[in-house]
Design a protein around this ligand. Structure first.
Ligand code: MG
Ligand code: ZN
Length: 362
């Protein structure tokens, strides 16, 4: 009898242990949700040292560090060079294949490849491109244009009239023909002249100004990046199928090329504020995958000290060019688990399509 009751409790113990394990499993592995929207945020030239330099000026954790549910590393070399440029870097993400430096939306044999925006446009998503630099610069261009060189800016602008981008914001007004834009179905706005609430059109280009250049944040650009981004999200989210939006913090890279730490920090903080607003929106929305990464690191930056008297981070740059060091990838929302690990930059393309369960075009 005693042996029987010992056996009885042993079996009962095993069953309840298994049941507890099962319920634990279901807590740690909730059913995977498919995101409806994807917001890809590229800090041009933003390696870990750039993020950390910005972090050193803040009491609270950077927004990008707070939002990250999944962290990975992207290896940025191009098909032609150990050190990529922004054309090959953004194109790898956009088309899913590594290509040669200076390429915009073309494969390494110079033939056009479908960009994420084209693929998702065809699948019924709305699409957008936003930059704190000119719209024909390498990073934004890689999401809508197909040219063998980033310096063919007039041809890049021509490719925009193809019309599969719904919403765009940035500089380079002087390279675009507003008559052609209107013919392609876009309303054109000048950010200096309007309030973003005045934008009623669902397809529009918001130019930073009527000049080519976009100002530095330290020289009075103001909240252009965050305002343009939140307006774009508002416009694009009227599509029930979902949207794909690329947002670039463009000038972090320029601070790196100038070996100007203050420039790097102020542009990174501006980008981070935008990330915080996007993350808050995505949290409420619950159906949006947000990915924050870089095309490459710029300047070979390291943080070498802290000047307590002047309350200033001290950094040292090892080059005026880009470097080949891997860059962090931070992801939030449904599908973010895809971005854990160490992988090549072009795999980000596949991970986005996989998260969306989209087919892709070949
Ligand atoms: Mg760029
Ligand atoms: Zn650069």
């Amino acid at each position: 009898m005693k042996l029987f009751s010992i056996l009885f409790y042993l079996v009962l113990g095993c069953i309840s242990h298994l049941a507890a394990q099962d319920s634990l499993k279901s807590i740690s592995n909730p059913p995977k949700k498919t995101p409806k929207n994807v917001i890809l945020m590229i800090g041009d030239g933003t390696g870990l040292a750039q993020w950390d330099a910005a972090q050193s000026t803040q009491k609270d954790n950077l927004q990008v560090f707070q939002m990250a549910q999944a962290i990975g590393f992207s290896k940025t070399s191009s098909s032609s060079s150990f050190i990529t440029d922004s054309g090959a870097g953004a194109t790898a993400i956009s088309i899913g294949e590594k290509t040669f430096n200076k390429a915009i939306g073309v494969k390494k044999d110079s033939t056009s490849a479908y960009t994420l925006s084209e693929i998702l446009h065809v699948e019924g998503y709305s699409t957008g491109v936003i930059a704190s630099c000119g719209l024909t610069h390498a990073t934004p261009a890689s999401f809508y244009a197909h040219q063998p060189s980033r310096y063919m800016e007039r041809e890049i602008a021509q490719d925009f009239y193809g019309g599969f981008i719904d919403v765009a914001a940035g500089g380079d007004y002087t390279l675009f023909d507003t008559t052609k834009l209107k013919k392609a179905g876009y309303s054109c706005y000048n950010y200096q002249k309007i309030k973003s609430s005045d934008i009623k059109a669902s397809r529009y280009v918001l130019f930073y100004d009527t000049v080519k250049e976009v100002k530095k944040i330290s020289e009075g650009r103001g909240p252009f990046l965050r305002n343009a981004t939140m307006k774009a999200i508002e416009s694009l989210s009227s599509n029930q199928k979902g949207f794909f939006l690329m947002v670039e913090g463009s000038q972090i890279d320029w601070g790196g090329h100038d070996n100007d730490l203050n420039y790097v920090i102020s542009e990174t903080l501006d980008f981070d504020t935008t990330i915080g607003m996007v993350a808050n929106w995505a949290k409420l929305n619950g159906e949006t995958l947000v990915i924050v990464t870089a095309d490459h690191e710029t300047g070979g930056l390291s943080l070498t000290g802290y000047d307590k008297v002047n309350k200033k981070t001290e950094g040292s740059f090892s080059t005026k060019e880009h470097t080949a060091i891997a860059v962090p990838v931070f992801a939030f929302g449904p599908g973010s688990e895809e971005f854990i690990g160490v992988y090549e930059n072009n795999e980000i393309h596949d991970k986005i399509l996989k998260a969306l369960k989209a087919q892709g075009l070949k």
